[in-house]
Write a protein that binds this ligand. Structure first.
Ligand code: FNR
Length: 357
């Protein structure tokens, strides 16, 4: 089968695109505005050259990673994304199975298309809940309670979306969710246009007091997703959060925002080990994971490529995409003399348009 020939995440992207309606591809692939940030996320990794350490004896490096008291098979988790049913009829249930077989966590979106209980029943690795805070706090509180009783282990509050970014592809396509795709864990009635829905319901006036509010409704660890500056990272640490995700939402929110990898060193310095720092946006190869670790991340989230695997071959495709990424990471570690995920530092990376002279 075609998927057998897929050796890279880019191969999966091509196969997924070929088998998908154009407007759905645009919704998954697109970003906000001119998509400058979307492109910058990828370009930043292309500018990260690796400076290998030779004769390091790193024959079988370990990708095992410990985050918030759990051990992951690799410093990789699946980023929260709305409506996996757009990629495959089994949706988040298939993604949970695939992530489980790869041994890495899945962050389930507030806009998941399948019930938390069904996702939990299929999962064999940690599940985290991505939280959007609605104007009606009782909706958010109930969502968290439901995820908590289904066994979810952490909350990831998305802080870069007071409103949804202007996704021009979706506006030009007048994109609507196909029939049968809806947020299974929310009580709202009209959700066919994601942009209009979010404008009506998201709380645009969130401030730092939301962290305290989350603490008051849940005992789960709290991570903030969407931090891009050292100043905000310091503020987050002061507010007592349990982790950060350096992210620009895959270029889907503020177009022109800094590339994730470029924001990372400043944030890692500001956090100084006080809590785990994760990064997402543009991870497409194992070496991108290694560069992220070297520049201060404890782990990364991977978004669109997981939906590509899901679209091409369901659970197996998710497992293969994650397996390829983790395999490439292990290779890059071996070839760069890196023994473990913790055995990295900024010396491993030279940033520039060309390799170091
Ligand atoms: C997202 N993302 C996202 N983030 C979030 O906090 N809640 C959400 O519901 C969604 N939904 C969503 C849908 C789709 C189709 C995409 C592509 C992305 C953003 C996501 O968590 C992550 O930040 C980026 O996707 C990471 O970038 P890459 O790996 O896709 O480049």
């Amino acid at each position: 089968r075609a998927a057998r020939a897929a050796l890279t995440l880019a191969d999966y992207a091509s196969l997924a695109r070929a088998g998908m309606a154009a407007d759905i591809w645009d919704f998954l692939a697109g970003g906000a505005g001119e998509e400058r940030t979307l492109q910058a996320n990828l370009a930043a990794f292309d500018r990260a050259w690796l400076r290998p350490r030779v004769l390091a004896g790193a024959v079988r490096p370990s990708t095992d990673t410990s985050i918030l008291g759990r051990t992951w098979a690799a410093p990789v988790a699946v980023a929260p994304m709305a409506y996996h049913g757009l990629a495959h009829p089994d949706g988040e249930v298939a993604t949970a199975r695939g992530a489980g077989s790869a041994g890495v966590p899945l962050v389930v979106s507030t806009f998941a298309g399948r019930a938390f209980e069904d996702i939990a029943a299929a999962a064999s690795s940690p599940l985290w809940l991505q939280v959007y805070c609605f104007r009606d706090r009782s909706v958010t509180r109930d969502l968290i309670a439901r995820a908590e009783s289904a066994g979810f282990e952490a909350l990831v509050l998305t802080v870069d979306a007071p409103v949804l970014g202007r996704r021009l592809r979706d506006l030009r396509n007048d994109f609507r969710l196909p029939p049968g795709i809806s947020p299974a864990n929310l009580p709202f009635a009209d959700f066919s246009s994601p942009g209009a829905h979010a404008r009506a319901e998201f709380d645009p006036a969130l401030d730092w007091s939301v962290v305290e509010w989350l603490r008051s409704v849940s005992s789960l660890p709290i991570l903030l997703k969407g931090v891009l500056t050292g100043t905000d990272a310091e503020r987050a640490v002061e507010s007592g959060v349990d982790g950060l995700v350096v992210s620009n939402h895959g270029g889907r929110q503020l177009d022109g925002a800094t590339a994730s990898l470029e924001a990372l060193p400043e944030i890692a310095a500001a956090v100084a080990g006080a809590c785990p720092v994760l990064l997402d946006g543009g991870i497409r190869r194992g070496r991108d994971v290694l560069a992220s670790l070297a520049l201060g991340a404890d782990a990364v989230l991977v978004g669109r490529p997981v939906l590509h695997g899901l679209a091409v071959e369901g659970t197996e495709g998710v497992a293969r995409v994650l397996g390829i990424l983790i395999g490439e990471l292990a290779d890059a570690m071996t070839l760069s003399g890196t023994r473990s995920a913790a055995d990295t530092g900024p010396d491993l990376v030279h940033t520039g348009e060309r390799p170091p002279a």
